[in-house]
Design a protein around this ligand. Sequence first.
Ligand code: GZL
Length: 330
Amino acid sequence: MRTRRTARVIIAAFAGVLLAGSMAACGNSDTGGDSGGDDKLVLGFSQVGAESGWRTANTTSIKEAAAAAGIELKFDDAQQKQENQIKAIRNFIQQKVDVIAFSPVVESGWDTVLKEAKDAGIPVILTDRAVDSADKTLYKTFLGSDFVKEGRLAGEWLVEQTKGASGPVNIVELQGTTGSAPANDRKEGFAKAIAANPNLKIVASQSGDFKRADGKQVMEQFLKANPDIDVLFAHNDDMGLGALEAITAAGKVPGKDITIITIDAVKDGMQALADGKFNFIAECSPLLGPQLMELAKKVEAGEEVPARIETEETTFTQEQAKAALPSRKY
Ligand code: GZL
C-alpha cells in the first residue's frame, strides 16, 4: 500500500544513510544498489475470464508486461462471474497489495467493493471495461477502448456498403456478455449509425456471451427463424467465427450470402476476413499490459494520471487484413 511502501522506503533510506555513514568511517562507502529487501510493487489483477481469443491475448499482455516491469502480479481469473471478481478484490485488500486493477465483467454493482478498496487506501485502475459508478473517486483511471465508437464504425461501414440498396437489409446481431460495457456500447453505437437508414433493419438481436460456441448456437436459431438474413453484426470475432459454422451448415456462403461485420481483429478473425468469410472488422486492442504497468507505478507513487486513457485502434477491410496479417501481434 502506498503509505506503507512510502514508510518502508523512508526507513530503508535512513538505514542506508546510517550504514553508509558507518562504512565511510571505515573508508568503504557503498552508495550503489538498493538497501535490500523486496520492495517490488504488488499489483492485484482480477481478469474477466478466458472467454475469447481477445481475452487470452489481453491476459498474455498483462502477465508479460508485469514481468518486464518488475511488478509482482497477483492474477485472478473470475470465469466471467462478478461475485468472483468481488471476492478477488477483497482478497487483494486483505493482502494489502499496492494497486488493484480489473476488467469489470459487467458495468454495475461495484460501488461497495470499490469503496472498501478506497477506505483501505489502495488505488484502483479500470482496464478494458468500465463501470457505471457515479462516484468517479472510486478509481484512478480507465484504460480501454471506446466501444460506442467501435459499434459506430461498424454501422457506418454498412451504411456506406448498402448505399443505393432499394429493398430491406435484414440484420441479425450477436451481442456480447449481457450487462457488459462492450455489449451495451457497441449495440448503441451501431444502432445510432444505421438509424437514418430505415431499410437497414435489425430483425433479431441476442447475446452470445462473447463465446464462439454460443455464437454458433444463437446463429442457428437466427437462421431457423429468419429465412432472409443479409447481414450479421457480431460484437466480437469469436461469436462471428462460431456463426460461420452455422451459416455454412445452413448451405449459405459467409461473406457473400451473408455479410459479416465483427469487432476485435484477433488473428482468427483477421484470417477469416482475409479469406473473404468476414467483410469488415473494427479493431479492439487487447495489448493493454505495458500501459497498465506504467499507470500502476504512477498511481502507487501518488502521481496524477488522466481519468480516461483511450486505446488507439483502427478498422480492417478484406484487403487490409491480407496486408496486416503477417505483422499482427495477437
Ligand atoms: C473488449 C473486451 C471484449 C472483447 C471480447 O474490450 O472486453 O471482451 O471484445 C472479450 O472478445 O471477450
